[in-house]
Design a protein around this ligand. Structure first.
Ligand SMILES: [Zn+2]
Length: 322
């Protein structure tokens, strides 16, 4: 894949998606729905829409398209990302135009002889009534068997200095992704769900509930997460283009499938903690002990890590890189 061309393609999608915010029922949200439908049609694919009702917005819309024989009951590989934003997220470039852009690029490259379903979910964010409503409606009502659900959320950022090439991969559906340009960390769910499975961090949770094997890929929640600074200029487009190349190879069958099994483990967790400790604000006894825990952290220390890291990331902001 030509990286420069892919970078330009992803940049263009993100710029269009971020022309204004995508809070449900806003004009930007409506414009985004039209844009996504037009884009799918322009790829020669059939636009499908699933309406569902959710408080406080009323009618919401999942937008999807299918490749392969539509009448076949052969299980389909689903790839999905949410397109809505919180009001506080500004244009929501990382959360989640980044992942929508990748799903758009994937569906444009999909072969029509492989049964896949590409979904752009509405209403993933919480608006005071719980989140992941779009994927809940889709997982409950979609009438074709799903073999695997691949969910992307926040895939354009760097958690903090040292994480510029890092992606986190969770869940059993895909083999360990590998790329010469990227560093994939294959971690147990505890890393992303310190509170437990009752609080899924993105749309994968609804598929897990129905017993569908899932994979969740994210670059994490950087300092600008859910703030007005989540703008297109913050994204690492080369990183996104490398992820796209990797997913094309793994999902679209453009190359021989990898045979590696996804085995999450904590063996590289201390490396992650060392990168976190490189930020002076985090170089304390807690992180020192965490880096030394060979079998991985307890749920309690994972939770403590969240509460210690996220507010400081927000407070330091771009100064982290100085
Ligand atoms: Zn999100």
């Amino acid at each position: 894949m030509d990286t420069t061309a892919a970078v330009n393609e992803l940049k263009e999608h993100v710029a269009t998606l971020c022309a204004d915010n995508r809070r449900p029922r806003s004009s930007g949200h409506k414009r985004t729905q039209d844009f996504l439908c037009d884009y799918i049609a322009s790829c020669g694919l059939e636009v499908q829409v699933q309406h569902f009702f959710a408080i406080p917005f009323g009618q919401c819309k999942n937008i999807y398209t299918e490749t392969g024989d539509k009448d076949s009951l052969q299980p389909r590989l689903l790839v999905g990302a949410h397109y809505d934003t919180r009001g506080s997220s500004g244009p929501g470039a990382d959360d989640n135009a980044s992942a929508v852009a990748i799903v758009m690029a994937l569906l444009a490259r999909a072969k029509n002889d492989v049964p896949m379903t590409f979904v752009l979910f509405d209403y993933e964010e919480t608006f005071g009534y719980g989140g992941t409503k779009g994927s809940r409606a889709f997982a409950a009502q979609y009438n074709k068997p799903i073999s695997k659900a691949i969910i992307l959320d926040l895939v354009g950022g760097a958690l903090m200095p040292g994480f510029e090439d890092v992606y986190f991969q969770f869940g059993p559906a895909l083999p360990c992704l590998q790329s010469e340009h990227l560093d994939f960390h294959h971690l147990p769910m505890l890393f992303v769900e310190p509170i437990g499975t009752c609080v899924p961090r993105s749309d994968y949770g609804r598929f897990r509930k129905f017993g569908v094997p899932f994979t969740f890929i994210s670059s994490g929640t950087p300092w600008y997460y859910h703030t007005a600074n989540d703008v297109p200029e913050m994204l690492h487009y080369d990183k996104m283009a490398h992820l796209l190349a990797c997913l094309c190879e793994c999902l679209l069958g453009h190359a021989s499938p990898q045979v590696l099994v996804h085995e999450p483990d904590w063996s590289r967790f201390s490396e992650i903690v060392d990168k976190i400790r490189a930020v002076p604000a985090f170089d304390d006894r807690f992180f020192h002990a965490l880096a030394a825990s060979r079998d991985g952290p307890s749920r309690l220390s994972m939770l403590r890590m969240y509460f210690k890291v996220l507010p400081v990331l927000k407070r330091l902001g771009p100064d982290l890189w100085d």
